[in-house]
Design a protein around this ligand. Structure first.
Ligand code: AMP
Ligand code: MN
Ligand code: MN
Ligand code: MN
Length: 280
């Protein structure tokens, strides 16, 4: 049985390629029963997604994926059940988008110095005037023959030590969790197996996260292996964290992750949705 819940996905409001309404249609068609939209650092797509989901009879969870800097690393915190009109969250996210705008120009300058011009303008064009992400840079560089695919672009240009890399200056962990909670949401550490952290350091992150009010761990993620599910389920149990499941879907152009295919949570997990009021 696939999981009915998919609590992590992106639309054109950040670096996904489907509009919020299209994403809801595709999730519904794929058999998802409860679908979140969690764009990076913006709540821009939530109203459109909510309206589309209501029309389909699909249960919708308004969400966000907040970029955080922790111990020199970028860590993503998903907020689930956030109220879009909340001030502290909106202001916090606006600050992150300002950093994104500056970073994008700086990436363009650094890539130009490395001999690749026009990338900022190209990436900006692909973002359609909405939030700009490294994914837009990656797509532009692929389209222009600088690398065979998005993953190769990241490896060659966009990660630490490469010409287009600009270190993140994102939110503090504590602030991200506070904004999410103030907006009525639950904070979840996204794709925990994907960070370059030792087991000890990951457990330190989990401890600090709980101390500042974090509640959940994304045990099942589209970017996790089966082994990762079990490792993360154990961490969740050890720390008393609720378990979440999300595809991290970015659109049909990224075929390694599809909607409606997530497995159930491993045995012994307490689901983040256990106390949610779900109407159907
Ligand atoms: P940003 O938040 O602008 O720094 O961009 C981060 C986004 O880039 C992530 O959410 C992924 O969608 C994408 N991304 C990061 N690393 C990779 C990678 N190695 N391959 C493909 N996409 C990646
Ligand atoms: Mn992304
Ligand atoms: Mn992420
Ligand atoms: Mn994501």
């Amino acid at each position: 049985m696939p999981n009915r819940f998919d609590l992590h996905a992106h639309s054109t409001a950040s670096d996904g390629t489907l509009a919020p309404a299209q994403l809801m249609q595709r999730a519904h068609a794929a058999g998802v029963g409860v679908m979140a939209l969690t764009d990076h650092d913006t709540l821009e797509g939530l109203a459109e997604a909510a309206a589309a989901a209501a029309g389909l009879g699909l249960e919708f969870v308004p969400g966000v994926e907040v970029s955080v800097s922790w111990q020199g690393l970028t860590v993503h915190i998903v907020g689930l059940g956030v109220a879009a009109e909340h001030d502290a969250l909106q202001r916090g996210l606006a600050g992150l988008r300002e950093f994104r705008d500056w970073r994008a120009e700086e990436m363009g300058r650094r890539l130009a110095k490395a001999g690749i011009g026009g990338v900022y303008e190209g990436a900006r064009g692909l973002s359609n005037g909405r939030l700009i992400s490294r994914t837009h840079f990656a797509r532009f560089l692929v389209d222009n023959g600088h690398a065979p695919d998005v993953r190769a672009v990241f490896r060659r240009f966009l990660v630490n030590g490469k010409p287009g890399h600009v270190p993140g200056q994102w939110a503090e962990l504590e602030d991200a969790v506070r904004w999410i909670r103030a907006a009525g949401g639950q904070a979840v550490i996204a794709h925990p197996a994907r960070y370059p952290l030792t087991r000890g350091k990951l457990r330190r992150l989990l401890g600090e996260f709980i101390e500042v009010g974090g509640e959940g761990l994304e045990v099942v993620s589209g970017s996790h292996s089966r082994d990762d599910y079990f490792t993360m389920a154990k961490h969740a149990r050890d720390f008393g964290l609720l378990a979440s499941a999300g595809s991290d879907y970015h659109g049909p152009e990224h075929p390694w992750i599809e909607l409606g295919r997530l497995p159930e949570l491993p045995d012994g997990c307490k689901a983040i949705w256990k106390d949610w009021q779900i109407s159907h």
